[in-house]
Design a protein around this ligand. Structure first.
Ligand code: TRP
Length: 344
């Protein structure tokens, strides 16, 4: 059994424990602010965070701004992406009074954990990380020290607040493994301080983009949560379909039509096959109309909430979140230095 299968097998029991004892868990999770959050993020992670928050699990959400430059040279519109993401979190139901939303770069003590943590892992272990290898290949660039040490700074993100539950997509599971290794080795060497966090894999199957490929802003196949109804209609109108009139769900052979069906299905809470049967010989135009209406109805509430959130609201949320994260990071760093005999 590989480690993904092993982790997946533990999910039902882990979920039961969370529901029973929400107070025993502290969630740390986050996003790289590389662009706007889209429907894939919503169903993949954002909805899960809101669910955990409403169960009463203490939740931290990091906007990992330094991670943006792991696989690209330019930071781009990081600030704007961060602000838009916070607005989306709030509109989706994350409540900044109970959920700490903060930015990686604003918490120096968190980043300082990187130094002792780097001593706990070997270069060979870093080179073995399959997600780092995949991101390196996709980036088409030389391996930077930042990309190589990706799992170590992610360990600092998680352990600074002693997070023990990390909802992530399965591509991030290798980083959770490294985090567990670092926590274990630190505890063995310097005394018990850190939990060994568990990865929580979201139940939702990954939502493909409108053309059936991976949903990504750079493919133009994503519906951003912050789009207007007209912008949504326009991306769906532009989505490619094939020449067969009758609509069927067949992700392998008809990725474009199937991407539209998957999108309509997830927002309607139905199966793609069911929607394919409904549209049938009415063709791609009818499928696009149905998908546009379904997505716009689904996002109407999110958009209304979002419209009521001002730039000042977002700035205040980040200010408070960063302050809270800083005081926790300061306390943890103090404990780390005390454990290592470095208080002067
Ligand atoms: N690497 C995560 C991603 O690509 C984002 C992230 C940064 C994260 N730090 C984290 C996720 C800590 C979970 C825990 O989406």
């Amino acid at each position: 059994m590989d480690s993904f299968t092993a982790t997946a097998a533990r999910m039902p029991e882990l979920r039961a424990q969370i529901a029973q004892h929400p107070d025993r868990f502290r969630v740390l999770t986050g996003d790289r602010p590389t662009g706007r959050l889209h429907l894939g993020h919503y169903f993949g992670t954002v909805r899960e965070r809101v669910r955990l928050q409403s169960l009463g699990v203490e939740t931290f959400v990091i906007l990992a701004d330094y991670q943006v430059i792991t696989d690209r040279d330019v930071a781009g519109n990081i600030r704007e992406n961060v602000y838009e993401a916070v607005a989306d979190y709030m509109a989706a139901g994350l409540d900044p009074r109970s959920t700490t939303i903060f930015t990686h770069s604003a918490v120096p003590a968190l980043n300082q954990l990187l130094l002792p943590f780097l001593s706990l892992i070997t270069e060979a272990e870093l080179h073995r990380n399959p997600t780092v290898k995949a991101e390196l290949a996709a980036s088409g660039r030389a391996l930077s020290g930042l990309l190589l040490t990706y799992p170590v700074h992610q360990a600092a993100d998680i352990l600074f607040c002693k997070g023990n539950l990390v909802p992530v997509g399965k591509d991030n599971l290798p980083h959770i493994e490294v985090t567990r290794t670092i926590a274990r080795r630190f505890n063995e060497r310097y005394g018990q301080l850190f939990p060994e966090p568990a990865g929580l894999i979201t139940e939702a199957a990954e939502l493909p983009g409108l053309d059936g490929r991976k949903m990504s802003k750079s493919y133009g196949n994503a519906i951003a949560l912050g789009m207007t109804a007209d912008e949504t209609a326009a991306v769906i109108r532009r989505a490619r379909t094939d020449s067969e009139r009758t609509i069927t769900y067949d992700p392998e052979n008809r990725p474009e039509v199937s991407g539209l069906l998957a999108t309509a299905a997830i927002v309607l809470g139905r199966t793609p096959t069911d929607i394919a049967d409904e549209v049938g010989s009415a063709g791609a135009g009818a499928l696009k109309r149905l998908t546009t209406e379904a997505v716009n109805a689904f996002l109407a509430d999110h958009r209304a909430q979002r419209a009521a959130i001002t730039v000042d609201d977002v700035a205040a949320v980040l200010r408070e979140g960063n302050e809270r994260a800083q005081s926790i990071a300061d306390a943890t760093l103090h404990e780390v230095r005390a454990a290592m005999g470095m208080l002067y």
